[in-house]
Design a protein around this ligand. Structure first.
Ligand SMILES: Nc1ncnc2c1ncn2[C@@H]1O[C@H](COP(=O)(O)OP(=O)(O)O)[C@@H](O)[C@H]1O
Ligand SMILES: [Mg+2]
Length: 315
């Protein structure tokens, strides 16, 4: 393949890579990645998730921490070091593969710092290079980005085609979003096909139009012009979120377990009422993720029609 052909091939392979980014922690990046990938995989979309977080909350949400294949990010670091394709752990759910993160990712930042000294900003292309051969067969690839790491954010944004940005309605999430806008502008110099899919309001107790309008205004102020806020928001449901992370279950899996849970009075009669009960809010949260998954696919298809492959290939 010619150099130009190779670049077009890589852009095509990475055409469905979505970076989940906000510089602020606790705004729902990992919860959204786990649940969207889980629900899309359940609907027969082949999904890959790349975890760039040292804390690796994704391993808790998907329940694979310390299991077979949980290498704490060692494989990802080795891929970057040797510039060879990433190797995912297969089927953490049917159709859902993961490149795990974890403590070993601590080596990634110093590695990138020395590469940046050698190669300048071209060093940021490495994730795109090691991800492209693996990403090609997947329908959707999510990159779960860490908070407060300019280098890892830049790495993700240079590999991604799309950005999805969760935020809470508070100031912290909105400031984090402004920092993403800065990194987005820088990444587009190397990765001109990068585009913002939209922002998602996370863990909100509010259905108020005013709150939604404020967040929409903040996205537009950060990114300029027409910057979509997804219609679907994820409702606030703290107990259900705790159940999910403690048990390694996704919201739609908890929804089924909640439905199968005996009535509280039946537990009382059976003498098992001391056992912790699952929050019944799981069904509502699962419904929000379901709606968001459908909206994501709709927005993605519309965005792909607006920026046809031709443009990607011309990069
Ligand atoms: N629907 C929800 N309502 C309230 N809290 C939630 C909800 N979903 C997840 N959480 C909690 O929010 C916190 C941050 O979520 P997380 O997805 O880890 O954010 P990030 O990846 O941006 O740091 C976690 O403690 C998680 O349990
Ligand atoms: Mg996270």
């Amino acid at each position: 393949m010619t150099g130009r052909g190779a670049v077009a091939g890589r852009a095509h392979a990475l055409g469905r890579v979505i970076a989940m980014v906000n510089d602020k922690g606790g705004v729902g990046k990992t919860s959204l990645v786990a649940n969207l990938a889980g629900q899309l995989a359940a609907a027969d979309y082949r999904c890959l998730v790349v975890d760039l977080n040292r804390q690796a909350n994704l391993a808790d949400d998907l329940g694979y921490r310390d299991g077979d294949g949980d290498d704490q990010g060692a494989g990802l670091v080795l891929s970057v070091l040797t510039e060879s394709p990433v190797v995912p752990v297969r089927d953490v759910r049917p159709g859902l593969d993961v490149v795990p993160g974890g403590a070993r990712l601590a080596d990634l930042v110093p590695l990138m710092v020395s590469r940046l000294q050698e190669r300048g900003r071209a060093a940021f292309d490495v994730l795109a290079e090691v991800l492209a051969p693996t990403a090609a067969p997947y329908n959707v690839v999510f990159v779960d980005c860490p908070p407060e790491s300019t280098i890892l954010t830049d790495l993700a944004l240079t590999a991604a085609r799309w950005v999805l940005m969760p935020t809470k309605s508070d100031v912290g999430g909105l400031v984090g979003m402004r920092l993403v806008a800065e990194r987005f502008a820088v990444a587009r110099e190397r990765n001109p096909g990068l585009a913002l899919l939209g922002a998602v309001l996370f863990a909100t107790g509010s259905r108020s139009r005013r709150v939604h309008a404020e967040v929409r205004g903040a996205v537009e102020a950060a990114f300029g012009g027409h910057s979509p806020l997804f219609t679907t928001a994820i409702r606030h449901a703290e107990r259900s979120a705790q159940d999910a992370r403690r048990l390694g279950r996704l919201a739609h899996e908890l929804e089924l377990e909640v439905a199968a849970q005996p009535a509280w009075w039946a537990s009382l009669r059976a003498g098992t009422s001391a056992a912790p009960r699952l929050s019944t809010a799981a069904a509502g949260v699962a419904g929000d993720y379901r709606d968001l998954g459908v909206e994501l696919l709709t927005v993605l298809r519309a965005a792909e029609e607006c920026t046809p492959t031709r443009e990607v290939e011309a990069m």
